[in-house]
Design a protein around this ligand. Structure first.
Ligand SMILES: *Cc1c(COP(=O)(O)O)cnc(C)c1O
Length: 468
């Protein structure tokens, strides 16, 4: 499979190149030259297969000519071995034929583990083949950093440096990062906020000579190989509810648009999906887009679901490219306009095409707390604030008949409630307990570096500590 950029000026290149580059050289995002498709019979034949086998079947279609189905299956087996539920991504039935897809059985109890654990194996194997060393540098507001440090620990060909804003991540998130104490893995507390951390990362990547000298790589959600493993659970969950004979609808708590786009790819591959409901917190740029076709950036407001406090959904560029019939030049011009003015508007027919597959929904903090409380009262089940934003959208879609009663709705539960214990406690009066594997987390010893909000200081740290 070959890969091209959404801005039309990079590629075609191999899966391995798309993986190691992360972001295309023309500023765009990589996509396969075409969507591989399964016939209805091939999808039916997936029933009864394990999560790992289905992962091998699906993902190897994107690595044809480079990594075999057997190699991908083996990587998936290794990636998900430590997950604490035998089904990897099980469903939990709620009232009204709504089903929560529980994506918190990985080591850091949020769905980012499903992608990051696979990504680390893919990096390891690609770097091994090229006999290369790489340094991964990223910034985090919490979930991505903990998933990355966990996934990349103990890998010889890689060093990982994650910048986080000192004193501004939750205690659970900080412990998850700083208790990973393997060689080559570094959590760095920066004296600044999340935007400062992100700016430092960008500055390091934009320093060409430095980037080449240390072999910098990125693992944020624009990397195609991070999106790809997320396609798998859309298939396995729909299969469990009767696909491909019966369509389902998905409701996805959304920030960067990576997770929901993976679902849309599953649909392009032949999975019958009636609709995707894109659910946001009060940072509602996507909800507004689906109303009038105008993408307009506003200030980011902190909310109870911090992993969705985003006003620029980077992965939306992939959908835009598709909506514009894969015209890279047009996509580039919209994205340039957005960077320059903070907004762009698509033509009415483009919006209508998007609305055939997507609807938007948003929920403020008050609604989120109410949904956590209601779910505990009516279903006896504790959910985290991100999952609550999704579940409320699913129930709304049901009550308004947007999704008719004969279509099951799968609502993604993106994190374990114990990852956001304060919000869950305030809403429900319940203290969510950490899963057993993490029960001693808060007593674990910490190891972290601290740094000033200064690019030279960060670069020096990387040069001193990297093992390449
Ligand atoms: C990352 C994250 C999201 C948002 O996912 P995107 O792929 O960025 O849309 C939602 N919920 C949780 C718990 C997350 O960690």
């Amino acid at each position: 499979m070959k890969y091209i950029s959404t801005r039309g000026q990079d590629g075609p290149l191999s899966f391995e190149e798309a993986l190691l580059n992360g972001l295309a050289r023309d500023g765009g995002l990589y996509l396969p030259v075409e969507w591989p498709a399964f016939s209805k019979a091939e999808i039916s034949a997936m029933r009864g297969k394990s999560y790992i086998e289905i992962a091998g079947l699906i993902m190897s279609r994107f690595t044809e000519g480079e990594l075999s189905q057997e190699q991908i299956t083996q990587m998936a087996g290794s990636a998900y071995r430590g997950f604490t539920h035998p089904d990897i991504a099980p469903l939990k039935a709620m009232q009204e034929d709504i089903h929560l897809l529980e994506l918190f059985y990985g080591p850091t109890i949020a769905f980012k583990d499903y992608a990051m654990q696979f990504l680390s194996r893919a990096f390891d194997s690609a770097l091994g083949r090229q006999n290369r060393h790489a340094v991964i540098l990223g910034a985090t507001s919490g979930d991505t950093g903990s998933a990355a440090l966990e996934a990349f620990r103990g890998r010889q060909a890689l060093d990982v440096f994650i910048l986080f804003p000192k004193g501004r991540v939750s205690p659970v998130q900080q412990k998850q990062m700083t208790s990973v104490r393997d060689a080559g893995v570094h959590a760095i507390a920066v004296e600044g906020d999340f935007d400062d951390c992100q700016a430092l990362v960008k500055a390091c990547f934009n320093d060409g000579p430095f980037r080449d000298k240390v072999g910098l790589s990125a693992v944020n959600s624009i990397n195609w190989a991070r999106l790809m493993p997320q396609i798998v659970y859309y298939f396995t969950s729909a299969l469990a509810l009767g696909a491909p004979d019966k369509p389902v609808a998905f409701c996805v708590p959304t920030g960067n648009f990576g997770n929901v786009f993976a679902g849309w790819v599953a649909m392009q591959m032949g999975l019958p999906v009636q609709r995707f409901i894109v659910s946001s917190n009060r940072n509602d740029i996507l909800t507004r887009f689906f109303m009038d076709g105008k993408m307009q950036r506003r200030d980011v407001h902190p909310s109870l679901s911090p992993s969705m406090d985003i006003q620029v959904s980077s992965n939306f560029e992939r959908l835009l490219f598709e909506l514009l019939e894969r015209d890279g030049q047009k996509t580039a011009s919209y994205m340039q306009e957005f960077a320059r003015t903070g907004q762009f508007t698509v033509a009415e027919n483009v919006l209508q095409t998007a609305l055939q597959d997507f609807s938007g929904f948003c929920l403020d903090d008050e609604g989120t707390s109410e949904e956590i409380k209601r779910c505990y009262r009516d279903e006896g089940y504790l959910i985290d604030p991100h999952s609550a934003v999704g579940l409320a959208a699913a129930r709304h879609a049901r009550s308004t008949q947007l999704i008719e009663t004969d279509t099951p709705i799968i609502s993604l539960a993106c994190a374990h409630p114990a990852k956001f214990p304060d919000a869950v406690y305030h809403a429900s009066g319940q203290h969510p307990a950490l899963p057993e594997a993490l029960s001693d987390l808060m007593e674990r010893e910490e190891q972290m570096l601290t740094a000033k909000n200064d690019m030279a200081a960060i670069q020096q740290l990387l040069l001193e500590r990297q093992r390449g």
